[in-house]
Design a protein around this ligand. Structure first.
Ligand SMILES: *Cc1c(COP(=O)(O)O)cnc(C)c1O
Length: 391
Protein backbone atom coordinates (compact mmCIF):
# COMPACT_ATOMS: atom_id res chain seq x y z
CA UNK A 1 0.00 0.00 0.00
CA UNK A 2 2.73 2.49 0.88
CA UNK A 3 5.73 2.96 -1.39
CA UNK A 4 9.17 3.30 0.19
CA UNK A 5 9.51 6.73 -1.37
CA UNK A 6 6.21 7.82 0.23
CA UNK A 7 7.35 6.59 3.64
CA UNK A 8 10.57 8.54 3.15
CA UNK A 9 8.48 11.71 2.66
CA UNK A 10 6.26 10.84 5.64
CA UNK A 11 9.41 10.97 7.82
CA UNK A 12 9.80 14.66 7.07
CA UNK A 13 6.15 15.61 7.75
CA UNK A 14 4.66 16.67 11.06
CA UNK A 15 2.59 13.84 12.50
CA UNK A 16 -0.17 12.91 12.89
CA UNK A 17 -1.70 13.55 9.47
CA UNK A 18 -4.22 12.02 7.10
CA UNK A 19 -2.99 10.51 3.87
CA UNK A 20 -5.28 9.72 0.95
CA UNK A 21 -4.40 7.23 -1.79
CA UNK A 22 -6.00 8.93 -4.79
CA UNK A 23 -5.18 6.06 -7.10
CA UNK A 24 -7.25 3.70 -4.95
CA UNK A 25 -10.04 6.29 -4.80
CA UNK A 26 -10.07 6.48 -8.61
CA UNK A 27 -10.23 2.70 -8.89
CA UNK A 28 -13.04 2.48 -6.35
CA UNK A 29 -15.06 5.14 -8.16
CA UNK A 30 -14.51 3.23 -11.43
CA UNK A 31 -16.14 0.16 -9.84
CA UNK A 32 -19.15 2.18 -8.70
CA UNK A 33 -19.54 3.53 -12.21
CA UNK A 34 -19.04 0.14 -13.81
CA UNK A 35 -21.56 -1.72 -11.65
CA UNK A 36 -23.93 1.03 -10.49
CA UNK A 37 -24.09 3.93 -12.90
CA UNK A 38 -24.06 1.49 -15.84
CA UNK A 39 -27.42 0.14 -14.61
CA UNK A 40 -28.80 3.68 -14.71
CA UNK A 41 -28.56 4.06 -10.93
CA UNK A 42 -27.99 7.55 -9.57
CA UNK A 43 -25.20 7.72 -7.02
CA UNK A 44 -25.01 10.41 -4.32
CA UNK A 45 -21.83 10.61 -2.32
CA UNK A 46 -22.63 10.91 1.42
CA UNK A 47 -20.59 14.02 2.11
CA UNK A 48 -20.65 13.47 5.86
CA UNK A 49 -18.14 10.62 5.37
CA UNK A 50 -15.50 13.02 4.03
CA UNK A 51 -15.99 16.62 2.96
CA UNK A 52 -12.47 17.48 1.76
CA UNK A 53 -12.55 19.40 -1.52
CA UNK A 54 -10.01 17.10 -3.17
CA UNK A 55 -12.32 14.15 -2.44
CA UNK A 56 -15.44 16.02 -3.58
CA UNK A 57 -13.70 16.94 -6.83
CA UNK A 58 -13.42 13.24 -7.67
CA UNK A 59 -17.12 12.68 -6.95
CA UNK A 60 -18.05 15.59 -9.18
CA UNK A 61 -15.89 14.27 -12.02
CA UNK A 62 -17.57 10.88 -11.64
CA UNK A 63 -20.97 12.47 -12.15
CA UNK A 64 -22.19 11.61 -8.65
CA UNK A 65 -24.59 13.80 -6.71
CA UNK A 66 -24.40 14.48 -2.97
CA UNK A 67 -26.30 13.32 0.08
CA UNK A 68 -26.30 15.94 2.84
CA UNK A 69 -27.42 15.84 6.47
CA UNK A 70 -26.94 19.52 7.35
CA UNK A 71 -27.29 23.01 5.88
CA UNK A 72 -23.54 23.66 5.83
CA UNK A 73 -23.09 20.40 3.89
CA UNK A 74 -25.49 21.72 1.23
CA UNK A 75 -23.49 24.95 1.04
CA UNK A 76 -20.19 23.12 0.79
CA UNK A 77 -21.52 20.82 -1.97
CA UNK A 78 -22.57 23.83 -3.99
CA UNK A 79 -19.22 25.49 -3.37
CA UNK A 80 -17.55 22.31 -4.64
CA UNK A 81 -19.51 22.64 -7.88
CA UNK A 82 -22.43 20.25 -7.47
CA UNK A 83 -25.72 21.23 -8.99
CA UNK A 84 -28.57 21.61 -6.46
CA UNK A 85 -30.65 19.17 -8.49
CA UNK A 86 -28.12 16.48 -7.49
CA UNK A 87 -28.45 17.19 -3.76
CA UNK A 88 -30.55 15.12 -1.36
CA UNK A 89 -31.01 16.40 2.19
CA UNK A 90 -31.72 13.91 5.00
CA UNK A 91 -31.69 14.11 8.78
CA UNK A 92 -34.17 13.79 11.68
CA UNK A 93 -33.52 17.27 13.02
CA UNK A 94 -33.37 19.87 10.25
CA UNK A 95 -33.56 23.41 11.61
CA UNK A 96 -35.71 26.07 9.91
CA UNK A 97 -32.51 27.76 8.80
CA UNK A 98 -31.24 24.56 7.19
CA UNK A 99 -34.56 23.90 5.47
CA UNK A 100 -34.40 27.44 4.11
CA UNK A 101 -30.94 26.78 2.63
CA UNK A 102 -32.38 23.79 0.80
CA UNK A 103 -35.38 25.79 -0.41
CA UNK A 104 -33.26 28.71 -1.60
CA UNK A 105 -31.22 26.32 -3.73
CA UNK A 106 -34.18 24.24 -5.01
CA UNK A 107 -32.47 20.98 -4.09
CA UNK A 108 -33.35 17.62 -5.62
CA UNK A 109 -35.02 16.26 -2.52
CA UNK A 110 -35.81 16.86 1.13
CA UNK A 111 -35.77 13.43 2.69
CA UNK A 112 -38.37 13.99 5.40
CA UNK A 113 -38.39 11.92 8.53
CA UNK A 114 -41.62 12.89 10.33
CA UNK A 115 -45.10 14.28 9.78
CA UNK A 116 -44.27 17.38 11.77
CA UNK A 117 -41.24 18.01 9.58
CA UNK A 118 -43.51 17.83 6.52
CA UNK A 119 -45.79 20.49 8.00
CA UNK A 120 -42.88 22.78 8.86
CA UNK A 121 -41.34 22.30 5.43
CA UNK A 122 -44.69 23.05 3.82
CA UNK A 123 -45.02 26.30 5.80
CA UNK A 124 -41.50 27.47 5.00
CA UNK A 125 -41.84 26.54 1.33
CA UNK A 126 -45.13 28.39 0.94
CA UNK A 127 -43.64 31.49 2.65
CA UNK A 128 -40.85 31.35 0.06
CA UNK A 129 -43.41 30.73 -2.70
CA UNK A 130 -41.74 27.46 -3.60
CA UNK A 131 -42.78 23.86 -3.93
CA UNK A 132 -40.39 21.56 -2.08
CA UNK A 133 -39.63 18.17 -3.58
CA UNK A 134 -39.92 15.52 -0.91
CA UNK A 135 -38.91 11.90 -0.51
CA UNK A 136 -40.35 10.34 2.62
CA UNK A 137 -37.83 8.48 4.70
CA UNK A 138 -39.61 5.34 5.80
CA UNK A 139 -38.55 3.04 8.59
CA UNK A 140 -38.47 -0.49 7.12
CA UNK A 141 -37.68 -2.32 10.39
CA UNK A 142 -34.79 -4.16 8.75
CA UNK A 143 -31.72 -5.01 10.81
CA UNK A 144 -28.43 -3.89 9.36
CA UNK A 145 -26.62 -6.37 11.65
CA UNK A 146 -23.98 -3.79 12.43
CA UNK A 147 -22.89 -1.91 15.57
CA UNK A 148 -25.98 -0.65 17.44
CA UNK A 149 -24.84 2.96 17.19
CA UNK A 150 -24.89 2.81 13.39
CA UNK A 151 -28.09 0.81 12.96
CA UNK A 152 -30.82 3.12 11.71
CA UNK A 153 -33.55 1.02 10.09
CA UNK A 154 -35.21 -0.59 13.10
CA UNK A 155 -38.47 0.58 14.66
CA UNK A 156 -36.60 1.40 17.87
CA UNK A 157 -34.28 3.82 15.98
CA UNK A 158 -35.10 7.50 15.71
CA UNK A 159 -35.01 7.52 11.91
CA UNK A 160 -37.79 7.46 9.35
CA UNK A 161 -41.57 7.40 9.37
CA UNK A 162 -43.09 4.31 10.93
CA UNK A 163 -45.77 2.43 8.93
CA UNK A 164 -48.19 2.96 11.88
CA UNK A 165 -48.25 6.61 10.84
CA UNK A 166 -49.15 5.93 7.21
CA UNK A 167 -52.88 6.56 7.57
CA UNK A 168 -52.20 9.96 9.19
CA UNK A 169 -49.63 10.59 6.50
CA UNK A 170 -52.08 9.93 3.66
CA UNK A 171 -54.57 12.24 5.31
CA UNK A 172 -51.98 14.99 5.71
CA UNK A 173 -50.28 14.91 2.32
CA UNK A 174 -53.14 16.35 0.20
CA UNK A 175 -53.30 19.35 2.57
CA UNK A 176 -49.70 20.31 1.95
CA UNK A 177 -49.82 22.40 -1.21
CA UNK A 178 -46.19 23.52 -1.08
CA UNK A 179 -44.88 19.96 -1.14
CA UNK A 180 -44.52 17.58 -4.03
CA UNK A 181 -44.00 13.95 -3.13
CA UNK A 182 -41.36 12.65 -5.53
CA UNK A 183 -40.01 9.55 -3.82
CA UNK A 184 -39.46 7.28 -0.88
CA UNK A 185 -36.17 7.02 0.96
CA UNK A 186 -34.48 4.41 3.14
CA UNK A 187 -31.17 4.06 4.92
CA UNK A 188 -30.81 1.03 7.17
CA UNK A 189 -27.45 1.80 8.74
CA UNK A 190 -23.75 1.81 8.12
CA UNK A 191 -20.95 -0.76 7.77
CA UNK A 192 -23.44 -3.33 6.49
CA UNK A 193 -21.57 -6.43 5.36
CA UNK A 194 -24.39 -8.96 5.12
CA UNK A 195 -26.16 -8.38 1.80
CA UNK A 196 -29.17 -10.29 3.16
CA UNK A 197 -30.11 -7.06 4.97
CA UNK A 198 -30.41 -5.33 1.60
CA UNK A 199 -32.48 -8.20 0.19
CA UNK A 200 -34.91 -7.74 3.08
CA UNK A 201 -34.88 -4.02 2.43
CA UNK A 202 -35.89 -4.62 -1.20
CA UNK A 203 -38.88 -6.66 -0.03
CA UNK A 204 -40.02 -3.88 2.27
CA UNK A 205 -39.50 -1.23 -0.39
CA UNK A 206 -41.61 -3.22 -2.85
CA UNK A 207 -44.41 -3.49 -0.27
CA UNK A 208 -44.24 0.21 0.61
CA UNK A 209 -44.21 1.17 -3.03
CA UNK A 210 -47.44 -0.78 -3.58
CA UNK A 211 -49.07 1.02 -0.65
CA UNK A 212 -48.16 4.39 -2.17
CA UNK A 213 -49.33 3.34 -5.62
CA UNK A 214 -52.60 2.17 -4.12
CA UNK A 215 -53.07 5.70 -2.79
CA UNK A 216 -52.45 7.12 -6.25
CA UNK A 217 -48.87 8.26 -5.79
CA UNK A 218 -46.55 7.38 -8.64
CA UNK A 219 -43.10 7.82 -7.25
CA UNK A 220 -40.54 9.41 -9.51
CA UNK A 221 -37.69 7.89 -7.52
CA UNK A 222 -36.68 5.38 -4.89
CA UNK A 223 -33.68 6.19 -2.74
CA UNK A 224 -32.11 3.20 -1.01
CA UNK A 225 -29.52 5.11 1.02
CA UNK A 226 -26.07 3.70 1.61
CA UNK A 227 -24.33 1.71 4.27
CA UNK A 228 -22.31 -0.83 2.31
CA UNK A 229 -19.41 -1.89 4.55
CA UNK A 230 -15.69 -2.23 3.99
CA UNK A 231 -13.13 -4.73 5.24
CA UNK A 232 -11.45 -3.11 8.25
CA UNK A 233 -9.67 -6.32 9.23
CA UNK A 234 -7.84 -6.91 5.96
CA UNK A 235 -7.75 -3.77 3.84
CA UNK A 236 -4.86 -5.20 1.79
CA UNK A 237 -6.91 -8.21 0.72
CA UNK A 238 -10.11 -6.31 0.04
CA UNK A 239 -9.22 -2.80 -1.00
CA UNK A 240 -12.78 -2.14 -2.13
CA UNK A 241 -16.17 -3.66 -1.44
CA UNK A 242 -17.89 -5.91 -3.92
CA UNK A 243 -19.98 -3.32 -5.72
CA UNK A 244 -20.93 -5.87 -8.36
CA UNK A 245 -22.86 -8.09 -5.96
CA UNK A 246 -24.27 -5.06 -4.13
CA UNK A 247 -25.84 -3.48 -7.21
CA UNK A 248 -26.84 -6.84 -8.73
CA UNK A 249 -28.85 -7.59 -5.63
CA UNK A 250 -31.01 -4.51 -6.18
CA UNK A 251 -31.22 -5.31 -9.86
CA UNK A 252 -32.60 -8.73 -8.92
CA UNK A 253 -34.92 -7.93 -6.02
CA UNK A 254 -36.19 -4.38 -6.41
CA UNK A 255 -39.38 -3.71 -8.39
CA UNK A 256 -38.64 -0.65 -10.46
CA UNK A 257 -41.47 0.97 -12.40
CA UNK A 258 -40.99 2.31 -15.93
CA UNK A 259 -39.28 5.73 -15.88
CA UNK A 260 -38.60 5.43 -12.17
CA UNK A 261 -35.16 6.50 -10.98
CA UNK A 262 -33.19 4.51 -8.40
CA UNK A 263 -30.81 6.43 -6.14
CA UNK A 264 -28.10 5.34 -3.71
CA UNK A 265 -26.18 7.33 -1.10
CA UNK A 266 -22.78 5.76 -0.58
CA UNK A 267 -20.17 7.16 1.78
CA UNK A 268 -17.89 4.73 3.55
CA UNK A 269 -17.76 2.20 0.70
CA UNK A 270 -16.29 4.82 -1.66
CA UNK A 271 -13.81 6.67 0.56
CA UNK A 272 -13.18 4.43 3.57
CA UNK A 273 -10.23 2.44 2.29
CA UNK A 274 -8.36 5.27 0.57
CA UNK A 275 -7.51 7.14 3.80
CA UNK A 276 -4.94 6.38 6.49
CA UNK A 277 -4.01 8.21 9.65
CA UNK A 278 -0.23 8.37 9.87
CA UNK A 279 1.17 8.63 13.37
CA UNK A 280 4.44 8.38 15.24
CA UNK A 281 5.34 6.32 18.30
CA UNK A 282 6.03 8.66 21.21
CA UNK A 283 6.79 6.25 24.00
CA UNK A 284 6.89 2.56 24.81
CA UNK A 285 5.59 1.65 28.23
CA UNK A 286 5.75 -1.75 29.85
CA UNK A 287 2.32 -2.83 31.09
CA UNK A 288 1.54 -5.82 33.28
CA UNK A 289 0.60 -8.11 30.41
CA UNK A 290 1.30 -6.00 27.35
CA UNK A 291 3.51 -3.28 25.94
CA UNK A 292 1.85 0.05 25.42
CA UNK A 293 2.82 1.86 22.25
CA UNK A 294 1.78 5.45 22.97
CA UNK A 295 1.33 7.27 19.66
CA UNK A 296 0.81 10.91 18.77
CA UNK A 297 -2.63 10.39 17.21
CA UNK A 298 -5.64 9.97 19.44
CA UNK A 299 -9.42 9.84 19.52
CA UNK A 300 -9.34 13.52 18.61
CA UNK A 301 -8.11 12.55 15.13
CA UNK A 302 -9.95 9.21 14.79
CA UNK A 303 -12.83 8.60 17.17
CA UNK A 304 -14.26 5.42 15.66
CA UNK A 305 -12.48 3.01 18.05
CA UNK A 306 -13.63 5.01 21.10
CA UNK A 307 -17.14 5.59 19.75
CA UNK A 308 -18.06 2.25 18.19
CA UNK A 309 -15.33 -0.12 19.36
CA UNK A 310 -14.09 -0.11 15.78
CA UNK A 311 -10.86 -1.96 15.08
CA UNK A 312 -8.64 -0.51 12.39
CA UNK A 313 -5.77 -2.46 10.90
CA UNK A 314 -2.37 -0.96 11.75
CA UNK A 315 0.74 -1.12 9.57
CA UNK A 316 4.15 -0.33 11.02
CA UNK A 317 5.95 1.62 8.32
CA UNK A 318 9.50 1.87 9.65
CA UNK A 319 10.27 -1.38 11.45
CA UNK A 320 10.44 -4.99 10.31
CA UNK A 321 11.65 -6.45 13.58
CA UNK A 322 10.13 -9.58 15.15
CA UNK A 323 6.52 -8.99 16.23
CA UNK A 324 5.53 -8.57 19.87
CA UNK A 325 2.19 -7.82 21.55
CA UNK A 326 1.04 -4.22 21.90
CA UNK A 327 -1.81 -2.07 23.05
CA UNK A 328 -1.70 0.89 20.70
CA UNK A 329 -2.98 3.91 22.59
CA UNK A 330 -3.37 7.64 22.04
CA UNK A 331 -2.33 10.54 24.28
CA UNK A 332 -5.81 11.69 25.36
CA UNK A 333 -6.89 11.42 29.01
CA UNK A 334 -9.60 8.83 28.36
CA UNK A 335 -9.12 5.07 28.60
CA UNK A 336 -11.27 4.69 25.51
CA UNK A 337 -8.49 6.48 23.62
CA UNK A 338 -7.13 3.10 22.53
CA UNK A 339 -6.77 2.05 18.90
CA UNK A 340 -6.03 -1.65 19.39
CA UNK A 341 -5.49 -4.04 22.29
CA UNK A 342 -3.27 -7.13 22.30
CA UNK A 343 -2.22 -6.85 18.70
CA UNK A 344 0.95 -8.38 17.31
CA UNK A 345 3.15 -5.83 15.52
CA UNK A 346 6.82 -5.60 14.57
CA UNK A 347 8.74 -4.28 17.56
CA UNK A 348 8.79 -0.48 17.50
CA UNK A 349 10.69 2.25 19.28
CA UNK A 350 10.22 5.96 19.82
CA UNK A 351 10.02 7.70 16.45
CA UNK A 352 8.70 4.78 14.39
CA UNK A 353 5.87 5.58 12.00
CA UNK A 354 2.66 3.66 11.64
CA UNK A 355 -0.47 3.84 9.49
CA UNK A 356 -3.94 3.36 10.92
CA UNK A 357 -5.77 2.04 7.89
CA UNK A 358 -9.30 2.37 6.48
CA UNK A 359 -9.71 5.85 7.97
CA UNK A 360 -10.98 7.69 4.88
CA UNK A 361 -14.61 7.74 6.04
CA UNK A 362 -15.79 9.17 9.38
CA UNK A 363 -12.16 9.83 10.28
CA UNK A 364 -10.89 13.33 9.58
CA UNK A 365 -14.43 14.76 9.54
CA UNK A 366 -15.08 13.58 13.08
CA UNK A 367 -11.95 15.26 14.49
CA UNK A 368 -12.45 17.29 17.62
CA UNK A 369 -10.66 20.08 19.43
CA UNK A 370 -10.70 18.24 22.77
CA UNK A 371 -7.58 19.07 24.80
CA UNK A 372 -7.22 22.05 22.44
CA UNK A 373 -5.64 19.78 19.89
CA UNK A 374 -5.23 21.27 16.44
CA UNK A 375 -6.90 19.99 13.28
CA UNK A 376 -4.30 17.84 11.49
CA UNK A 377 -3.28 18.19 7.83
CA UNK A 378 -4.33 16.04 4.92
CA UNK A 379 -1.97 14.96 2.14
CA UNK A 380 -2.96 13.38 -1.14
CA UNK A 381 -0.84 10.78 -2.95
CA UNK A 382 -1.03 12.65 -6.27
CA UNK A 383 0.36 15.84 -4.71
CA UNK A 384 2.96 14.32 -2.41
CA UNK A 385 6.54 14.90 -3.48
CA UNK A 386 8.08 11.51 -2.95
CA UNK A 387 11.63 11.38 -1.65
CA UNK A 388 14.38 9.16 -2.94
CA UNK A 389 15.07 6.27 -0.61
CA UNK A 390 18.47 6.52 1.04
CA UNK A 391 19.95 3.75 3.14
C1 LIG B 1 -24.71 8.39 6.64
C2 LIG B 1 -25.73 8.26 5.62
C3 LIG B 1 -25.43 7.65 4.40
C4 LIG B 1 -24.09 7.05 4.08
O1 LIG B 1 -23.76 5.95 4.86
P1 LIG B 1 -22.45 5.09 4.54
O2 LIG B 1 -22.49 4.01 5.54
O3 LIG B 1 -21.28 5.97 4.69
O4 LIG B 1 -22.58 4.59 3.13
C5 LIG B 1 -26.43 7.60 3.44
N1 LIG B 1 -27.65 8.12 3.68
C6 LIG B 1 -27.98 8.71 4.84
C7 LIG B 1 -29.33 9.26 5.02
C8 LIG B 1 -27.03 8.79 5.85
O5 LIG B 1 -27.36 9.35 7.01
Amino acid sequence: MFKKSQIETFKSLKTPFYFYDMDLLDKTIEQVKLHGQSKGYHIHFAIKANYNFRILEKMLEAGFGIDCVSGPEIERSIEAGFSPDQIAFAGVGKTDEEIQIGLDHDIFSFNCESLQELEVLNDLASQSEKVAKVALRLNPNVSAKTHKYITTGLHENKFGIHPDRFSDLFELLPKLAAIKLTGIHFHIGSQVTDLESYRQLCERVNEFQNIFEGKGYNLQHINLGGGLGINYKKPEEEAMPNFKSFFELFDNYLDVKPDQEVHFELGRSIVGQCGSLISKVLFIKEGVSTHFAVIDAGMTELIRPALYQAEHSINILTSDKEPITYDVVGPICESSDTFRRGISLPEVQRGDLLAIRSAGAYGEVMSSGFNLRKQVKAYYSDELVEKAVTD
